[in-house]
Design a binder for this molecule. Structure first.
Ligand SMILES: Cc1ncc(COP(=O)(O)O)c(C=O)c1O
Length: 396
């Protein structure tokens, strides 16, 4: 009864082990959730102000590309980041998620190939499977700090069916922020083989240690025709439930094609579009404070995890994730065990197994992703519990 398409969509590795966490909670165990990128930072007050001001007799459909005042506000925001796009080159989407779906849907036919840098944001695999698009991985290795693969690595996987390169910078799940030279590899490949770059920049503002997330918009050779930027307000303003993202392109054909997809789903919710204007009016202080908090957590997460004997981890420079190779044979089995069999004073920890962030079968088997979305003391406790769990797991 179930289509092959639906059967082929993988379950999210971030949510797949939730039943184990639920079972632990049912036994009265406190579970530290480091498995999902749900920030605990307060949403800016401007969100609530705009939502409260929203009074209307009829809650109506909006334009499919999103309300104009919001697209104008986004254009203003992007200009500040030297992404010089106009409101008509911005489409408001139901989260960055829908922008990814639109981008793949506009660029690819069934059977086409898209290059991804693995480990990659796991939902790319879900969307690709939904559209019958094949993700072709180029591997970034934990031993190399998950840095950008070489030009050669990319060239090796190009086929007549390759249509695009999809990647996130700063990277979910590795926290790597690519340098200009690394991004040049992507730009050069795209130019040489006339590929579209789908640049997922939802963590643009999450960078530490004086690194800067360079937008692919800076590459003039891509900008006009070969670039789609995916963006989202979810993480930036701790507003994951607002479901507001954008699909940004200067390529008029891509925009027109995406608009047809957007028309089929009518529009994003009207009220959250107004709330999103409030989010884009947030003062700089909010962002500064949030980044200070995330920097502190990044330091705590990295310091604590580095103490685990036999671990391979590199200090992440962006987003709010850290990927690491653990001294266990199978991280998914380990996480299940940690949730079902292990606790310290009634507390245990949940992280995400990294194998689901790879397209190559068998890779990432000992790796995990931590989302450092808890305040420092809890984070420290959660990682210490995991360290003890590793020791107990390997001695059992
Ligand atoms: C790299 C990346 N892109 C896109 C998304 C989608 O975000 P949303 O649909 O909430 O805007 C996420 C969410 O975790 C992400 O990490």
């Amino acid at each position: 009864m179930i289509s092959k398409r639906a059967q082929n969509v993988p379950a999210s590795p971030i949510r797949r082990l939730v039943p184990y966490a639920d079972a632990a909670k049912a036994k009265g165990i406190h579970v530290y959730h480091l498995n999902i990128g749900q920030p605990d930072i307060k949403t800016p007050k401007q969100w609530h102000e705009y939502i409260q001001k929203f009074k209307t007799e009829v809650v109506a459909y909006t334009h499919s590309q999103g309300i104009k005042p919001l697209r104008e506000k986004f254009a203003e925001y992007y200009h500040k980041w030297n992404i010089n796009v106009e409101p008509d080159e911005i489409m408001v989407t139901n989260g960055g998620s829908e922008a990814i779906l639109f981008a793949l849907g506009v660029v690819c036919d069934p059977g086409d190939e898209v290059i991804v840098i693995e480990p990659f944001y796991a939902n790319y695999a879900g969307f690709a499977a939904y559209l019958n698009v094949k993700l072709v991985p180029v591997t970034a290795k934990p031993e190399n700090g998950y840095r950008m693969p070489t030009m050669d690595d990319f060239e090796k996987v190009i086929s007549p069916k390759t249509k695009a390169i999809l990647f996130s910078n700063p990277s979910n799940p590795t926290g790597v922020v690519y340098t200009k030279e690394e991004l040049e590899i992507i730009a050069n490949i795209a130019k040489k083989f006339n590929l579209v770059v789908i640049s997922d920049e939802v963590y643009r503002e999450f960078t530490f240690d004086n690194t800067k997330a360079i937008s692919m918009f800076e590459f003039e050779e891509l900008r006009e025709n070969n670039l789609i930027i995916v963006d989202s307000l979810s993480k930036r303003y701790s507003a994951c439930g607002a479901r507001i993202g954008t699909f940004v392109t200067k390529n008029k054909d891509f925009y027109a094609a995406a608009l047809k997809l957007a028309q089929a789903r009518l529009c994003p919710p009207e009220i959250t579009q107004y709330g999103a204007i409030g989010l884009l009016n947030t003062d700089e202080e909010y962002m500064k404070n949030a980044m200070n908090e995330y920097r502190l957590r990044r330091d705590v997460a990295y310091d604590e995890i580095s103490k685990i004997p036999g671990i391979i981890a590199h200090k992440p420079q962006g987003a709010f994730y850290l990927s690491a190779k653990l001294p266990v044979d199978d991280s998914e089995e380990f996480i299940k065990w940690m949730l079902s069999e292990f606790n310290v004073d009634g507390k245990t920890t949940m992280v995400a197994p990294l194998s689901g962030f790879y397209a190559t079968k068998g890779l990432g088997k000992s790796e995990i992703r931590i989302a450092y979305v808890l305040e420092s003391e809890k984070l420290k406790d959660a990682i210490n519990i995991m360290a003890k769990a590793i020791e107990a797991y390997n001695n059992r």
